[in-house]
Design a protein around this ligand. Sequence first.
Ligand code: C5P
Length: 407
Amino acid sequence: MAAASLGLAGRHIVLGLSGGIACYKAADFTRELVKAGATVQVVMTEAAEEFITPVTLQALSNRRVYTSQWDAREPNNMAHINLTREADAIVIAPASADLIAKLVQGRADDLLSLMCLARPIERCPLLVAPAMNREMWAHPATKRNLAQLRADGTAILGPGSGDQACGEIGDGRMLEPAELLADMVACFQPKLLAGRRVLITAGPTFEPIDPVRGITNHSSGKMGFAIARAAADAGAAVTLVAGPVHLPTPRGVARIDVMTARQMFDATLSAVAAHDVFVATAAVADWRPARFNDHKIKKQAGEKGPPSFELAENPDILATVAALPKPPYCVGFAAESHDLLAHAREKRVRKGIPLIVANLGPATFGQDDNALTLVDANGERELPRADKLTLARQLVAEIARRVGVGQ
Ligand code: C5P
């Protein structure tokens, strides 16, 4: 993923570590932040130093690590003030149950808790990634503390669920570094689609001929998945109807996997009523074999020529949704090989949709970047070549402007 599309380049992040075995993941997380272009200032509690040394985090962050409020290196001896004045955010990963309790009470008996209390609350958000045993996580005291922390405006990242270092299984694991990074990136995105529900189709469809063969295409699903991520980062509730692709589900997105165009049609039409926006990025097969052969079609010795197939037309999902009595705001895609604009303009009108996004099929299928042209009733707007997440964020901003929400 291109660092530019993550929006962390040039940001200054104070990364706090409290005591817990998940401290080992903080090393990798520091690298992820640095790779994304952020500067990272690590602050550790005494308990965190029992799990990982400041040397490791100094090497990875390329900055000296702070562990004490009595750090004499600060000319004014006020590390708790100095450290957050330039910070774009404090993220605490891992956040122990004890540290969370201290934050809730506003206690300040070590550098990390003191610094959180002393931060400029309006411009330095606090993000907390809990990490603890499942019983500690489920305890009423922790639940109370988390509710209070949220009410105080703190973002809670995770926790995850699964195997725990103690051998038990359940909720309370700290998120993996890549998940933490994705959630942080989302925190920095403007909430242009807050409260909106977005339905997206993505990927190819696969139309079976027999149990081993079928008709499909080269769509990778990358553009649709990038739009799903951008919409979720912009605060929307997102449902993603995905054809057969091997892409990870963007965090927070509800995914429905389908194979054929008719399955995609059914999944989309059952979900659509609960959505305000529909973005059809899927490369839906226009035709399917009229008959499915229950057994693999065999090459017959001596038979004259290959078998021939009758094709049946697939339903047009986008046109059907656009023709509903109360359609969501519909966005289509046109992947063409030539006469891009003429085809896109014609397709927008024929499908009865307000906005269509034109791109060159061969230049986008499977690629990590693309160039788009937005076509609506008022004309065209070019989104120059960029990685697909950057384009997806721009498209989401255009959609938000048209559906009349956002900042
Ligand atoms: O007609 P064409 O396939 O070129 O139109 C492309 C647009 O229509 C895309 O947005 C695609 O997702 C959508 N589409 C659809 N159902 C189909 C065919 C295309 O939703 N059966």
